[in-house]
Design a protein around this ligand. Structure first.
Ligand code: 5CA
Length: 439
């Protein structure tokens, strides 16, 4: 992409109502624009990052055996009357009437819709287990939308729903999601801590939140340090095998959010030097709730003995749009965003320091083509701007590498590369520079 033709509206100053650094940087770097309280338009750069995160979430869901569907944003109120949640959900639900005076709502989550789909088709235990997910916009009319996309009203969620014949099988489904979540966050460059959680309006008796540490987070977490340091299980585990030991290894170490915290247990289970109290951002939440929806909505399958039973369900949410902000909270400096390579909107930027100088333009074009050929999806800063302004903009938007082409280097047959995360610089011939960047 040539920056001279792109749409990357950066701002010198963040609007004064942006309180946390991720919100300030998302506005300044031209990732989002507020359209109404808690409702945002995604500008080109923000959309690229959102799509990259979405794709990693999708790949890890698929790897764990979940199957993608796409449910509508608008749902029939009648389905929610069946589950009993239509009245319970309260003011957070955006209620809409169509021209036939039928009650609709903008889905805040999709347990009812997926249960309706499931009950229409699946009739036998032989078709289980099933895990269906979608990545779709949700709406919750939050009382206090704030911090940009961190707590929006309209937000993108990955929500998965598992269906099993009995509790043991449902726990196996829960375990697959538990571990898939850890792998997902690791690929996003984040260290996520699974903590025991309250189930809230989703209901059920087994639940974990996934929290990444950040001072600006809305949740307080109490955790054993060994859990914080423990890595993700990695993609090569036996997804059809017994995952309980891998889950137990993590859940036996103390970790709780504020609502579930038990100070006496914390002290008993974690020695003083291992006790960590910190703030964090909830980037995922998983629930096992058994028959909570299948029973009132009549989602039954025939068991091996021929008698019908209600399916055991769980649901599993990832805050995809919130993750854009969460990654920035975890990875930025004074100059701007530092994207992990896996979600970066562009892999590298070629900075032409003297646009219009034939020799410099030529090397910049060569660099751009070589990085494109290496699959780096580069940005070419071919704007007629001062070098300082170019560096400031590229540091702000957080492209992981800058490849800098100036007249002096060109005369000597070299270019300079700078790694955004560390600021480390190297001067190299172009072909080697491309190798280092795409390495
Ligand atoms: N049905 C379940 C799981 S599919 C559910 O709705 N869970 S949830 O309420 O915990 O939401 C899942 C995730 O969505 C949360 O962990 C959070 O990361 C994200 N999320 C929730 N509310 C918002 C919001 N207002 N703005 C941005 N992200 C949100």
């Amino acid at each position: 992409m040539r920056l001279s033709r792109y749409f990357m509206p950066t701002l010198r100053e963040a609007p004064s109502d942006a309180q946390i650094v991720s919100h300030q940087l998302m506005l300044r770097a031209g990732l989002i624009r507020q359209e109404a309280a808690g409702i945002y338009a995604w500008l080109p750069l923000g959309l690229k990052v959102l799509r990259n995160i979405e794709q990693i979430v999708r790949e890890e869901m698929n790897r764990a055996g979940a199957i993608e569907v796409l449910m509508p944003t608008l749902q029939l109120a009648d389905l929610w009357r069946e589950s009993g949640r239509y009245d319970d959900y309260g003011e957070e639900m955006l209620r809409i009437k169509d021209r036939h005076e039928r009650d609709l709502l903008y889905g805040p989550t999709a347990e009812e819709v997926i249960t309706d789909i499931f009950r229409s088709y699946v009739k036998s235990y032989k078709d289980l287990p099933k895990n269906l997910y979608n990545i779709q916009w949700k709406f919750r009319d939050e009382r206090r939308p704030r911090f940009g996309v961190m707590r929006g009203r309209e937000f993108l969620m990955k929500d998965a729903y598992s269906f099993d014949i009995d509790e043991a099988a449902a726990r196996a489904s829960y375990n697959r999601m538990f571990l898939a979540y850890l792998n997902t966050y690791a690929r996003l460059g984040l260290k996520a801590i699974p903590v025991r959680a309250d189930t809230g309006p989703i209901g059920g008796d087994l639940s974990h939140e996934f929290i990444i540490l950040a001072d600006t987070g809305e949740s307080e977490v109490f955790a054993h340090r060994d859990l914080v340091e423990m890595g993700a299980p990695g993609p090569d585990i036996d997804w059809d095998g017994d995952l309980q030991p891998l889950v137990d290894q993590r859940t036996r170490l103390y970790a709780a959010s504020d609502e579930m915290h038990d100070p006496a247990r914390f002290e008993a289970e974690a020695p003083e030097d291992k006790r960590m109290t910190a703030r964090g951002i909830e980037v995922g939440h998983i629930f096992y709730f058994g028959e909570k929806y299948s029973k009132p909505m009549g989602a039954k399958v025939a068991g091996p003995d021929g008698t019908d039973r209600f399916v055991q369900m769980g649901s599993y949410g990832v805050g995809v749009s919130r993750l854009v902000a969460a990654i920035i909270e975890a990875s930025h400096d004074e100059a701007g965003i530092i994207w992990p390579q896996s979600v970066a909107p562009f892999g590298a930027a070629v900075v032409n320091l003297r646009v219009g100088d034939a020799a410099v333009d030529d090397v910049a074009e060569q660099a751009y083509r070589a990085l494109s050929a290496a699959g780096m999806e580069p940005l070419l800063d071919d704007r007629d701007e001062r070098p300082g302004a170019k560096f400031a903009a590229l540091d702000l938007v957080g492209v992981p590498w800058q490849l800098i082409v100036g007249p002096k280097g060109v005369a000597e047959g070299v270019v300079e590369i700078k790694r955004r995360a560390s600021g480390e610089r190297q001067t190299l011939p172009l072909d080697q520079a491309v190798k280092v960047i795409s390495g």
